[in-house]
Design a binder for this molecule. Structure first.
Ligand code: COA
Length: 225
């Protein structure tokens, strides 16, 4: 039929999608939240490629069927520390990009100084320990780590976020994980909290004045479906 637009579809992320994923990332996360939103796209691409290339990691994209445009993405891993693996594997290009960015862009300088305090924390992963404690009981098997989810504003509402999150959640459970742990939602991120706590029905607990931990177990998810 003419004049009807097809609904966006969700599928596995491929290397060809990564440019679109980076673009969505830059639209959705302000520089104060992610340095990737101001660094050169080529180095940010290397990070998202890992979700496609690593056998223990997974990525999904929401795509507009007519144009192939990437409207959103979600990604995760069964092996924690993907940011650390990225930083180690691409240490020199990453340092060069940060250094060059500091020389040429006031925005990057501001973000780098603001992020300096957070770098040691990234390596000791105190946040991860707090999330585990919030869950109360240990999982029945392996854990999957749900990392970012983001939808370009043109694709928000209408259930696209639920479709995307459900797709990745199913992928995790098909891989045999017993529990999926979110990467942490900031308290003031109302859209993300509504998505995980209300629409998807994940468990949640406020763990500090900044973070909300969210998680779901396989048994609980299957019962909800
Ligand atoms: C999180 C995200 C994927 C959710 O996508 P979405 O379901 O399409 O969500 P919406 O933006 O339509 O908002 C979800 C709900 O929160 C509500 N909401 C959104 N922003 C809000 C705000 N500032 N205050 C109050 N409610 C808000 C919406 O009205 C909607 O509720 P409804 O369905 O009952 O009307 C999307 O908002 C996003 O990409 N955000 C930026 C990236 C991000 O923060 N990712 C999460 C990192 S943990």
């Amino acid at each position: 039929m003419t004049g009807m637009t097809e609904q966006p579809r969700v599928r596995d992320m491929t290397l060809d999608d990564v440019d679109g994923v980076v673009e969505v990332h830059r639209h959705c996360f302000p520089a104060s939240v992610s340095i990737f939103s101001v660094l050169n796209c080529n180095i940010v691409k290397r990070y998202y490629e890992l979700f496609v290339k690593e056998p223990e990691s997974l990525g999904a994209v929401l795509v507009e069927p007519e144009t192939g445009r990437v409207g959103g993405f979600a990604a995760g891993t069964l092996k924690p520390g993907i940011q650390k693996r990225f930083a180690v594997r691409y240490f020199f290009p990453l340092c060069w990009n940060v250094f060059f960015g500091c020389l040429t862009s006031a925005a990057i300088r501001r973000v780098v100084f603001a992020h300096l305090k957070a770098i040691p924390e990234m390596f000791i992963e105190k946040k991860g320990k707090k999330f585990a404690e919030a869950e109360g009981s240990p999982p029945d098997g392996p854990i999957g780590f749900f990392m970012p989810i983001a939808l370009h504003p043109d694709f928000r509402g209408g259930g696209n976020a639920v479709k995307l999150a459900d797709y990745l959640t199913n992928k995790f459970f098909e891989r045999g994980v017993a529990r999926i742990r979110g990467g942490g939602i900031t308290i003031e991120n109302i859209a993300s909290r509504r998505l995980f706590e209300e629409k998807l029905g994940w468990n949640s607990k406020v763990i500090s004045d900044k973070w909300v931990a969210v998680w779901i177990d396989r048994a609980q998810y299957k019962t909800k479906k």
